[in-house]
Design a protein around this ligand. Sequence first.
Ligand code: NOJ
Length: 598
Amino acid sequence: MNWTKRIATGAMALVLSCVAPYAFAQYYAAKAAAQAGASAGSEQSWWKNAVIYEVYPRSFQDTNNDGIGDLNGITARLDYLKDLGVDAIWLTPIYPSPQADFGYDISDYENIDPQYGTLADFDRLIAEANKRHIRVILDMVMNHTSDEHKWFLESRSSRDNPYRDWYVWRDGKGETATSKGAPPNNWQSMFGGSAWEWDTKTRQYYYHKFYVKQPDLNWNNPMVHQAFKDIMAFWLERGVGGFRFDAITTLYEDPQMRDEGVLKDKNGQPIVNLLGEPELDNSKTDNLPGVHPVMQEMRAEADKFDSDTFPGKRVLIGETYLPNVAELEKMYGPPGKPEFELPMDMQLGIINKLDVAKFRTRLTDAEDHLNGHIPLIVFDNHDNPRIDKRYGDGIHNTDIERVISTILFASRGAAMFYYGDEIGMKTTPPTRKEDVKDPVGIRWWPKIKGRDGERTPMQWDDSPNAGFTAADVEPWLPVPPSYKTVNVKAEEPQPDSLFAWYRELIRLKKTNPAFADGNNVLLDTANTKVLSWMRQAPGVPTVVVATNFTAMPQTVSLKVPGAGSSVKTLLKTPGAKEPASLRAIPLGPFGVYIGEVE
Ligand code: NOJ
């Protein structure tokens, strides 16, 4: 979508078309101040240009020397996060849990797992984060609970228990008094195998989209809705800045429980996954329409807590892996019935290949097909191998990480990244079955090694255990050997480090008005090797960005309508040559250039 179209759809349309140019400068100055947290208005709109940092609490900082990260560890690192320029931290689940799926199996939604601390520690974290103007965002897992949650214990205790209908129970196919019969249909767990588990006591199957210890809740039951509104209120009252809704697209299942279709290859043969199981089309268990009214309900609940003072707008983030941008757009909600402020744009995040055309299409989609909503760009999280593994070539990984982080922070919208990305932590999967901690890896080794490789302890320094825990403690996952050189302490003072690159990009995102919320317009669109775009806002200099997607040096010539050819460098890959003009920007292998058009 071009600038005219975007402002025409936005609330800013009238203002922007009437004011004189100098007023734009005032507007952007006020906005920059707001973004720095200096005015009440910013507390309502902070999320629109937010930098959100995912903390995997287990692996961030251990302060009680049990080898597992904790809340006090996060509090201890708030200054680090503040210096980096982070607006909000998203914590993966910290609630009491048997830890069968490392917290995504919750047994009590209104407390803290003793491994991570106490409610008092949590309140202190919020208070300290407040002082630094950092929001704390919690994970909200509504699709399933732990099988050890009291609701499920009740539910499985008898068929006429009041909680029976809180979960999804069905008879087996062809069940008799002596046989359980077959599972009700062909649905599969995301973690492999059937999604149905037989319960001997009450002689029915329960449904679990994920692990067997994660029974799905029944969202056709209004009491489930109320329970989660109460849970949200419990945390919102404690001052959280919002929630990230886990596995939200899998909330509903086909009420008729029909089989899912089997995906076929181009020869009409069933596609088989790594486990030798047929790939299903997910049509009866994913992205069913019921999710939208639920999210409208949750949003209305969260909105009640909005205020002009910190933490201001409480924000709903979605884990939204969806097939296309049209489905992503729906997650923002129809007019007048808002859902998520920030459903994750996984369209871009999971391209998993440096393919200029694909990136261009997905960035254009975010501009043209999200109806003017704010995209939330994200490349990395605790479920996928890190950037090095998905985008790296093994030779230029740091430069490739510069390319990806530039797309993340220099595009319009909110940006989310994963702890350790800022120093270039490497995916380090276990090499022996006995070391695996992730249930997925334990069950399917060696076909699937699980997600431990992207969850290793944060590398703070080059001391034994990398400053994550005491030297004589065994961390819950081993510290990768790379910690000797890849660590915060080593990178922080070096101007050419990846860490310095992240810090500078974030600084630009927060302080340069075109970067902060200028329009995103792709440039040089026939180029198959370099992805270039500009950020344009009225009354301020346009910023151009060029990223080389190849290992060969490239030179790009950019044209900004209405502007000359001189350009002032804001940031470039260390060691790169200065461009003579906008018409000849030299880029080394996987080089990046960011400049202001004069
Ligand atoms: C998505 C989470 O990110 C993942 O870690 C978890 O295993 C599943 N949802 C199930 O909750």
